[in-house]
Design a protein around this ligand. Structure first.
Ligand code: UDX
Ligand code: ADP
Length: 464
């Protein structure tokens, strides 16, 4: 089956960059990305590439090469679906907030709506691909929705047929373009060999065949959940040891280096910090917890749940340390927050540790000055409102690091943006009140950098 036209439903952090790279690597394909959010589509089409809806290093260059050539962003759902040979479903799957499984299971409303749109508008044979991370056996639900068109087919001269594949995305935000261009592996789950071959052929434009793994549908769906659970577990493991280091006088960076040199453990993903954020880790683990319970495996559910419990605990304990070091009260004190995104090189704040830690400080009466090079004021406002409806605290967003630190009693570094390394702490200390504290949760500040200043330094995972 020769694929000529691709449609991707969902122009978010996954759909946008993934389709941009596919369009870049396969100039003979026409790639259309559609979204119900018209503002988002307008931002993807903005002539000023600084206004793209997501910030991702290298994305603007790809967009400037491909947009209007073979990559198009549109809200025209019906025609884009009808014309497509292959459709990627790349919509949001947040954790349910209400009803059965609330707080754990994924909310599949958007996936189901997309499948219904595909069932309604598709023409001829269409390959439908799950790109969003989904609970195991979702492909079955998608198949059932698509098969409901069979009745309608009976009257149709050109009947609709579908093949469903799972092709989870492993990109990490901030490095999405290099992850897509040089993936560790591409995973394709499915039952229809023709459909699998068609998707493999697309990836073969830039991915070596030995990196393309084909499995059954359920293994593919589960592998994505399991990969994220393993990665998150690693972060909770190193964060648990960071607390141990603080209690005993060990140093988390030295410990991470020492254990990471064991080839079996490996040296990546061992940076202690304020806990994992992002749209995937917490959601996917909670989903795994829910499914484990559903399938009658409570011990498995408890095991994975602990990874999330530890992550929240890490954030709580940081806020409590700030409180303790500032003589038990932050009421009326100025605290600078450096970094609001959940990691560096993205403007995404979903599940960012900065949200919980900031809200806890605001509840204690702190006055926050927040600086982040890419996150907008509106995004932070929404995050605070969603996290804590009663949040009456006073906070402002500032445009520079010195503005944040002016008259501050403390500065809390929560994201490892490049510009936070190697700061002139002598100068910054002169802007702050005295005594002042630097709380570094990302190993950004070197102890000798603040040596000749009046500042007190607390570093996560560094025992005294
Ligand atoms: C993750 C997976 O890495 C990716 O494969 C999957 O497709 C989506 O989920 P992402 O959430 O974008 O990607 O970023 P990632 O780099 O994994 O970081 C997640 C969180 O863990 C961030 O908050 C980050 O700061 C934190 N982290 C990461 C650490 O605290 N320490 C580390 O060593 C690595
Ligand atoms: P992800 O990180 O998984 O890409 P995002 O929330 O960034 O998640 O993006 C998902 C996108 O999917 C959003 O822009 C949302 O508007 C879009 N979307 C959700 N449901 C539909 C739908 N039925 N049709 C088209 N787009 C949709």
């Amino acid at each position: 089956m020769k694929i000529r036209k691709i449609c991707c439903i969902g122009a978010g952090y996954v759909g946008g960059p993934t389709m941009s790279v596919i369009a870049d690597k396969c100039s003979d394909l026409e790639v259309k990305v559609v979204d119900i959010n018209k503002e988002r589509i307008a931002a993807w089409n903005d002539s000023d590439l600084n206004n793209l809806p997501i910030f991702e290093p290298g994305l603007d260059q790809i967009i400037s090469r491909t947009r209007g050539r073979n990559l198009f962003f549109s809200s025209e759902m019906e025609k884009s679906i009808a014309n497509a040979d292959m459709i990627f479903i790349s919509v949001n799957t947040p954790t349910k907030t209400k009803g059965l499984g609330a707080g754990q299971a994924s909310d599949l409303s958007w996936v189901e709506a997309s499948a219904r749109q595909v069932a309604k508008y598709a023409e001829g044979h269409t390959i439908v691909i799950e790109k969003s991370t989904l609970p195991v056996r979702t492909a079955q639900a998608i198949k059932e929705i698509l098969e409901a068109t069979k009745k309608e087919n009976a009257k149709n001269k050109n009947p609709k047929t579908f093949s469903v594949l799972s092709n989870p995305e492993f990109l990490a935000e901030g490095t999405a373009i290099s992850d897509l261009e040089e993936p560790d592996r591409v995973l394709i789950g499915g039952e229809d060999p023709e459909a699998i071959k068609a998707l493999v052929n697309i990836y073969l434009n830039w991915v070596p065949i030995e990196k393309i793994i084909c499995t059954n549908l359920w293994s593919s769906e589960l592998s994505k959940l399991a990969a994220n659970a393993f990665l998150a577990q690693r972060i909770s493991s190193i964060n648990s040891i960071s607390a141990f280091c603080e209690a005993t006088g060990a140093d988390i960076n030295e410990v991470a280096k020492a254990i990471g040199t064991d080839k079996r453990i490996g040296n990546q993903f061992l940076s202690a910090g304020p806990g994992f954020g992002g749209s995937c880790f917490k959601k996917d683990i909670l989903n795994l917890v829910y499914l484990s319970g559903y399938f009658g495996l409570p011990e498995v559910a408890n095991y994975w749940n602990q990874v999330v419990v530890l992550n929240t605990w890490q954030q709580d304990r940081i806020y409590k340390i700030v409180l303790e070091k500032l003589f038990g009260t932050v009421s009326g004190k100025n605290i600078a927050i450096l970094g609001f995104s959940f990691k560096a090189n993205t403007n995404d704040t979903r599940e960012s540790p900065s949200i919980r830690i900031s809200c806890d400080l605001l509840e204690e009466g702190a006055l926050l000055s927040i600086y982040d090079p890419k996150v907008s004021f509106e995004r932070i406002k929404e995050d605070f409102e969603r996290f804590s409806f009663n949040n009456q605290g006073i906070w402002k967003m500032v445009n520079s690091i010195p503005d944040a630190l002016k008259n501050a009693d403390a500065v809390l570094i929560l994201t490892a943006w490049d510009e936070f390394f190697g700061l002139d702490w002598k100068y910054l200390a002169s802007l702050m009140r005295s005594p002042a504290w630097v709380f570094d949760t990302r190993s950004v500040v070197k102890r000798q950098e603040i040596k000749n200043t009046s500042l007190n330094l607390w570093k996560l995972g560094e025992g005294s």
